[in-house]
Write a new protein. Sequence first.
Lengths: 304, 447
Amino acid sequence: MIDVKDLVYEYPSTRALKGVSLHVAAGTITALVGPNGAGKTTLLRCLAALEPPYSGSVVIDGLDTRTAPRAIHARLGYLPDFYGLYDALSVRRILVYAARSHGIAQALAQGVVEKAAGRVGLLDRLEAKAGELSRGLRQRLAIAQAIVHEPAVLLLDEPAAGLDPQARRDLSTLLLSLKDLGMTLVVSSHILAELEDYCSSMIIIEDGLIVGGEAIKVRDVERPRYMLEIATARSDLKSFLAARPGVDVIEADQHHALITHTKNAAARAKLIRDLVSEGFEVSSFGESSKALEDAYFSQLGQGR
Amino acid sequence: MNPELQRNLWLELSPRRLVLMAVVLGLFFFAAAVTGRTAAAMVETARWLYYVIVVVWGTRNAAFGVVGEIRERTWDGQRLSSLGAGQMMWGKLFGSTSYNWFGGALCLVVILVDLIVNRGPAVALIELVYYLAIGVLSQAAALLASLIAAGRRQSHSQFEVFLYQAVGLAAAVGVYLIWAIADPAGSLLAHVRPSDFIVWWGQSWDARGFLLISLAIFTGWTLTGCYTQMRRELKMRNGPYVWLGFLVFVGVYVAGFDAWLSDNRLLMHLDAVARRLLLAGTAYGALAYLMVFLEPKDRVQLRWLGGAFARLRLGSALAGLQGWMTALIAALLIGVVLIVWLNPSLSDQVVFGAMLGFLTRDMAVVTLAGVMSRRNGDFAAVCALVALYALLPAILHGMNFESGLALFLPRAGSPLWLSPAAAWVEALIAAVFAIGRIALEDKPASA
């Protein structure tokens, strides 16, 4: 759905993107992570055909941003890190304008507005002015504005910044439901915890380059990550696990191991039995809740 | 309805604002009628209020049509919409000024009722065309200036917005003067002597018809400019042909007024061809100055342009030339032809050669200042030009070093070559510094 090749983007005194290449598959949620100032927002703006590349190419749904920017805009939803709302207008009018300006006919506008408002839980606020909404509600309105025309690609820049835990959970649910509708989402953030719940792959950007050169799969439904802990140190933990069929060791020391393994319960039970029968004192075994963070820190600064 | 126009109407025409405008204008009219004790006083008040509301305030709102969106950070959302450039342009032009047009319409009612009663419907209709023309053209010119400058992608200070508004006000003054000249009764402007005929390209034309057609054509060019600039903002590609067509039109149009220079003491020795070349070249120079201040001095874009020329991608490079560059090239070409044509009048050749050098230097100075400081570059450039054209010559004059004036002003001094040589050396130095600043200085990336 998104193909970027050797993308270079320059600011007057800075080369912000230094030859970025990446591929994002259709119907996925990809996290775009990296430290502040790494080039995440610049990359998103290039993907949105808002900034022309200095060199290289960006292709969205088969269309090049240089030659068909308006066709790309029609297929795209974009949530900037500031929300870009008209504070003096009501929620309904903002969404009607967003729908109409994306080519939705007047007769259909009210229907799609209510659908989008319903998706983000704003149906009861349609007559409220945007300037009177809380930050969390403004964020929901901005997302509704970006999805009102049901775009094929949705780009979100720091969507959860400043949200409370409940709002973040609601956001996760919403993004997963949008993915289920067939949208391709790219979500930028420098807070890994908020991406954990919904991202299936991760692109790490640092100093204008993709770390490792490609997206990293961080959430595989069939092969989740598991963290194993043993009570007594064993230097052969890693080699033992590596020899088991269906086990991939991501990293391990004498007490811990981070592995991927089939989600099948019987297979997991067999693995635990094997460990115990081999004398490993298993004190903990469970799905890793920090898969994204583990992957991020294992990749950062390596293999660029 | 055009969604952009509808959104603007939602924002601008709230019932409270409409009532407020009607009440305030009603009070003004009532006060004028009471204090002036005549209906004429009320009509005169309505005329001035129309200028204030539609022209002065309207040009400001038109200049804010896009700049305001950039400031409020809603412009990216609009650029990502599916609206066409035409829809966006008309929506902004008449939407952002809709409140002004509402107030202007109330003023026009007063003006037109008076005209119909006292001078008949035909005169009222002509006056209506005038008021609409001055409003639309001034607002379109302000919008055009702001769109040209929108590529700067900065917050746009109040001073910059005032500059865009000033372009609109200048257009309004132009319409005002043209209408006054075109009106044989001279009813609109007592200081302009009405003329029945205008000499253009050696032919005598009916003044009113000529000026009204000119006004219509310039309005068309202004709206075309708004449209092409809006296309650029929406990331659609514009070929170079619209701007080139405008340059050709301006050159031909302005050159036709050579008869106006025939009794000028300094230029009367030039023949008609030289006068026409001079007029066209001057127009191109003026356009180059206007555009170099309005257009973004984007170091990355200039660097890309240099790279395209270096790799001999001439098609992309020529299409990527900024407006001021094309106007400068046109001025230089016309200037060279003029210098050749003037042979063997050496002193004229020296002066025009120096003028071309100083024009080129000034473009390099403004560009250099712009790439050195995105925020204050234009102000620094104005200061530098004031120093070069006024301050340094004044110092030299004060020191009785009159021949040194040729270093900063186009003059046929002694030695004769000094002025053009100085101009082109200064141009070269400024260009070298500008190119040096445009070159990449790699610093840590930032988002």
